[in-house]
Design a binder for this molecule. Structure first.
Ligand code: ADP
Length: 155
């Protein structure tokens, strides 16, 4: 008998969870898409964060709900504004990989005050590091992990 408390066991299990086990499917838009298109996509796909990719499907930006709201306050035609001028762009994007620990990324969501993180795979092209978007990690995924941890253990 190891003498571990319930809390120690729970903490150990929590520390082992990875992004891979809880990520969602990413929703992406092309950098040439209009703000109008992005708004429609956000509603149809029912997500809070869109990832912006270039013609090679590499990550170039992130769009949040408030980014799109902010752009909508202006008087400009939303069909004529490309998302690339309002998005948060690389290299200022917090990214993660499938092997990363969920707890680390939960801390990132809190520290950076963001709702979602693109899950990426590194690819090298023309001696440059690029990122392919393979998933989406959100506060909802973290909440699911939190609930899963208590399953059957705590009543
Ligand atoms: P909202 O703006 O709708 O509250 P967020 O809190 O996720 O949603 O986004 C806040 C700001 O941070 C936005 O300008 C958004 O573009 C940016 N952002 C969102 N996700 C990321 C990320 N993973 N890395 C860097 N910036 C991000």
């Amino acid at each position: 008998y190891t003498g571990k408390t319930g809390l120690q066991l729970l903490t150990e299990r929590m520390k082992k969870l990875t992004v891979h086990d809880y990520q969602s499917i990413p929703v992406v838009v092309n950098e040439s898409a209009s703000v109008y298109d992005a708004i429609v996509t956000m509603f149809l796909e029912d997500v809070g964060t869109l990832f912006v990719v270039d013609h090679n499907s590499h990550l170039v930006g992130v769009l949040s709900r408030k980014d799109l709201l902010r752009a909508s306050i202006g008087k400009q035609e939303l069909e004529s504004i490309p998302v690339s001028i309002i998005m948060t762009r690389m290299p200022n994007i917090t990214i993660c990989e499938q092997e990363d620990f969920l707890l680390e990324m939960a801390k990132e969501l809190i520290d950076k005050q963001i709702d979602g993180i693109p899950v990426v795979k590194k690819v090298e092209e023309d001696e440059q590091i690029r990122y392919e978007v393979v998933g989406r990690l959100t506060k909802t995924n973290i909440t699911r992990a939190f609930v899963d941890l208590t399953n059957g253990e705590i009543t």
